[in-house]
Write a protein that binds this ligand. Structure first.
Ligand SMILES: C[S@@+](CC[C@H](N)C(=O)[O-])C[C@H]1O[C@@H](n2cnc3c(N)ncnc32)[C@H](O)[C@@H]1O
Length: 218
């Protein structure tokens, strides 16, 4: 039986394989310009966790012009692409958190998110790596504390192993969330959003149909 306890350590890469030289000083200066500091009571926020190349954050920023998107990602190469796209498209409502999603949640001591997105979290399919999975019941309960009443979490994955793990996690915190789309046989993302991230395309090209879980805070 795999434990559903969380590990708040960071796993996986923070730099790409290409070994392309990055001017880290310049990078951190740019991050500082868009850095998420803390929640302002007057602003409505969306937390986008593990944004990869930032596609979901750009999508959410365009979709919700009245909200600020906090794009949380530890992967520097991905954040560089996101920063380029923010500037190219003159996007005003994205703040970046270059680091661990656990830390950003720890920084927030009140209910400030209207929505949390977790798109294609790393599945860590091997049993011995299961503790590295981000979406556990503990993690969902941690998010619960920073969600406004009736706000929602959207989780997408194309991994059958992770689907089972997420189902178990949802069951373990059933007093905290209502699983909104549990009665639908079809949990296909495209029924809800017109967005194709790198990992969505990877799934489709490999003939894996991604699933979407929608949880509402109780
Ligand atoms: C499989 S990628 C998905 C990227 C993107 N959401 C998409 O749909 O294309 C998962 C991302 O989550 C990031 N990640 C994993 N654990 C994280 C954590 N604890 N905090 C922030 N980002 C994390 C990884 O760096 C990686 O870029």
């Amino acid at each position: 039986m795999i434990s559903n306890n969380y590990s708040n350590r960071l796993f996986g890469r923070t730099r790409g394989k290409s070994k392309k030289k990055i001017d880290l000083k310049k990078y951190h200066q740019k991050v500082a310009k868009y850095q998420f500091q803390n929640c302002d009571e007057k602003i409505n926020y969306i937390l986008d966790i593990g944004t990869g190349y930032g596609e979901t954050s750009i999508f959410l920023a365009n979709q919700f012009l009245d909200k600020v998107i906090i794009s949380c990602e530890k992967y520097i190469d991905g954040n560089i692409i996101l920063l380029k796209n923010i500037e190219k498209n003159k996007i005003k409502n994205i703040r970046l958190y270059n680091g661990n999603a656990y830390d950003v949640l720890d920084k927030i001591n009140r209910e400030c998110f209207d929505l949390v997105w977790i798109f294609f979290p790393d599945p860590w399919p091997k049993n011995r790596h299961a503790k590295r999975r981000l979406v556990t019941s503990d993690f969902l309960i941690k998010i619960h504390k920073s969600l406004r009443m009736n706000s929602e979490i959207y989780i997408a994955t194309d991994s059958t192993i992770y689907v089972r793990f997420i189902l178990d996690s949802i069951y373990k915190c059933k007093d905290h969330f209502l699983w909104l789309n549990q009665s639908e046989m079809n949990l296909v993302i495209k029924d809800y959003f017109d967005i194709e991230t790198k990992y969505y395309k990877k799934a489709i090209n490999s003939q894996r149909i991604p699933s979407l879980f929608i949880l509402r805070k109780l």
